[in-house]
Design a protein around this ligand. Structure first.
Ligand SMILES: Cc1ncc(COP(=O)(O)O)c(C=O)c1O
Length: 415
């Protein structure tokens, strides 16, 4: 699908800051693009999380939602929908993914436990460490899979594995169904398989096309293999806020309800407004639209192909939600090459990309869902190519480095 399978029902004008304004804004943000103000950004590819556009149907359901303190109407509809898609019996809403990590890990992770994974998102890793666990990543290079050979050598009775679908690494690498099955086999029924399903739909769509199996079947199969899942609904689930937890064990469910009450809100809303829950429930009707998914993944792929054709270094295979660029190749010989390149791309075209540390700095062009058109992303590839060909970058010196999750908060001055 090469064109947007939707009409635009409401528009939001793009900001076009002048070069002088961009220079001033970058200086104010101390050269970390995460600190730029969005009203001074023309095209914002800093994240695909919470940045999607909702449908008219989502807005309609939001207006009709009730906001009772306890047991609001939207709760039963949400639980029935999520159970129907995933097959897990106990479902809890929560306000976002990292809140789910906090609640869940406080209940299932013991100190000194090794937790194996394909790759962990930075907040997932930080939360595991906060609870005294030892995360061990065993990725297969060039894919989202976990290395089953290395995993087999390490796990024992009662081991825990977290699989992140897709693996957030290099813009969303697919975890294959047979890899998830392999983990389940190795763990047996005694171990715990936790799925971080924040991008489970894009993962399942790619697998359904590869295997020639229906999308809903792949989704059901995926979740049938786990003991617990949690996810942020701010990604594939097309909402600006929200999260979900699903478990099979009734005792754990009861415990999580108590934790929710303490940290988030009444267990039927978990810190979300009734209208947010209505929007999430409606999203479940929309995420399995294959025309939308074909366009969505095609849009990201075409961005990668254009950059590659122009000679810009890009990671392959292309991710599902983002294209990533090895910063050291894009801005060779520059310290903090990702931050420096991202700052330059902003200066040259008002475009914001993200910067992450993935075995070296990576510039990430994450594509928000249903937000930018194909021609806007053609403009992005032109600017990113021009900046690369010009090869002139700022020399940055850090003035503040936080203890963890540093890419979001680092600050620089010009050397
Ligand atoms: C794979 C993955 N898990 C968890 C999270 C955390 O979710 P949230 O941003 O809703 O807290 C993210 C956020 O980007 C993520 O990419």
């Amino acid at each position: 699908m090469e064109f947007e399978p939707f009409r635009i029902a409401a528009v939001s004008p793009l900001p076009f800051p002048t070069r002088k304004e961009r220079v001033q804004e970058l200086e104010r943000a101390e050269y970390n693009v995460f600190r730029l103000r969005s009203n001074l950004i023309t095209i914002d590819l800093v994240s695909d999380s919470g940045t999607g556009a909702m449908s008219q149907q989502q807005w309609q359901r939001m207006l009709l939602a009730d906001e009772s303190f306890a047991y609001q109407q939207s709760y039963d509809q949400l639980v029935a929908t999520v159970k129907g898609i995933t097959g897990l019996p106990y479902i809890l809403p929560i306000h976002q993914g990292r809140a789910a990590e906090n609640i869940l890990f406080s209940s299932v992770i013991k100190r000194e436990t090794r937790v194996y994974s394909n790759r962990l998102f930075s907040t997932t890793k930080a939360h595991l460490e906060r609870f005294g666990a030892k995360p061990v990543e065993l990725p297969v290079k060039g894919s989202g899979n976990i290395d089953l050979t290395r995993l087999r050598k390490r796990i024992g009775k009662g081991s825990i594995v977290i699989l992140s679908l897709t693996s957030n690494y290099h813009g969303g690498q697919v975890v294959t169904l047979d890899n998830i099955e392999g983990v389940r086999d190795l763990l047996g029924r005694g171990g715990l398989l936790i799925i971080d399903g924040s991008r489970f739909v894009e993962n399942a769509y790619r697998e359904s096309k590869r295997l020639g199996i229906g999308l809903k079947k792949v989704i059901k199969k995926t979740f049938s293999l786990c003991d617990i899942f949690y996810l942020s609904t701010k990604k594939d689930l097309l909402t600006n806020i929200g999260g979900l937890i699903g478990v099979r064990d009734h005792e754990l469910y009861q415990k999580l309800r108590e934790e929710l009450l303490l940290f988030e809100g009444f267990p039927t809303h978990g810190g979300l407004a009734g209208r947010d829950i209505a929007a999430i429930t409606q999203a479940f009707q929309e995420i399995t639209d294959e025309r939308y998914l074909a366009f969505r993944l095609g849009q990201v792929r075409r961005l990668g192909e254009r950059l590659k054709r122009a000679g810009v270094p890009v990671h392959e295979p292309f991710g599902c939600h983002a294209i990533t660029i090895p910063a050291e190749e894009y801005a060779p010989g520059i310290s903090y090459p990702g931050f420096s390149a991202a700052a330059q791309i902003y200066l040259d075209g008002g475009i914001r990309c993200g910067v992450f540390d993935e075995d070296g700095e990576v510039i990430r062009l994450a594509v928000p869902r249903r937000v930018y058109t194909e021609s806007q992303l053609c403009h992005v590839s032109r600017i990113v190519t021009q900046t690369y060909r010009k090869g002139r970058f700022l020399h940055l010196l850090p003035i503040y480095k936080p203890r963890r999750l540093s890419n979001f908060l680092l600050r620089f001055k010009i050397r």
